[in-house]
Design a protein around this ligand. Sequence first.
Ligand code: TPP
Length: 332
Amino acid sequence: MSTPEKARVEPDDEPVVATVDELKPLYRQMLAIRRLEEASAKAYSQGKIGGFLHLIIGQEAVCVGATAALRPDDYVVATYRDHGHAYAKGISARAMMAELYGKKTGLVKGLGGSMHFFDKGKGFLGGHGIVGGHVPIAAGAAFAAKYRGDGRVALCFFGEGASTIGGFAEGLALAALWKLPVVLICENNQYSMGTPLYRSLAVEDVSMRALAHGMARDRFDGDDVLKVKQRIAIAVERARETNEPTLVEVITYRFRGHSMSDPGLYRTKEEVEEWRRRDPLNRTRVRLEELGMPAADLEALEADVKAEIEDAVHFAETSPPADEYFPYVIKE
Ligand SMILES: Cc1ncc(C[n+]2csc(CCOP(=O)(O)OP(=O)(O)O)c2C)c(N)n1
């Protein structure tokens, strides 16, 4: 476990030991999420997508690495910045893009939009717009798993801004008290909308909150997707084997504004450039080259992702609009 004193975690010099086979599927997922979000940003600026759109560009290694540590039947509960988590949980680019476009073929029939992705069958329990409000929902999913004894684990993702919210405190307290198989993952991208860490947190180390509850904790930088997978796997195993929850803080950075309407003027160009140099996507590509993945294979993978996202955009554009009425009959 890392030391708590420093808010900022510098990247490790040494990446974790990796093989091409291990890293390749993670790179593919990260790249697909990046391309899907770039395509959605373009469609948004063309007026084809409405409402809010929060992009995770720059943070992809966290949701991809963490979700790779799960069993397919485990749960993921996320915030409004949920595209990467949904894709990593197995939701198709088509269903996501059609949802963003407000089309009938979308993941939730075009009625939820970017912030409200949900797929019960895949264990993706939202997409939640209320900051911190989903932490007790994740605790509840973990409670159900423990009650049923089915060995499932819930991953709950949230930003550092959520750690100042009542729902977070309640979810954390219950997870510890009732020993729930949940891993609470703070994706600390260092800004809550335009508010930097130092203006919102008296103690910038969010993982320290675990200590008040006798809960296990971890804290590390989120640039290396395989490191994220390995560290989250420790917490997932703890949850599955012993029902002990863990609070994990992963230091990361979003390259864009909070949402599409935020130009992000509260950050210097130098700061953004410094983090872009640490881009987890490029880092993973370079690592694959170093590990000996042939250039032709990398290019084929990238062409495959490009085709997948182009197909998703075409599917969304040619799908019928969402029905204008409610309710739908909810079927089991
Ligand atoms: C209870 C509540 N208060 C305020 C908001 C408005 N709001 C939306 S996102 C956000 C910032 C949250 O920042 P953080 O938790 O760090 O997550 P990030 O957006 O950085 O991923 C705020 C204040 C909200 N959605 N819900």
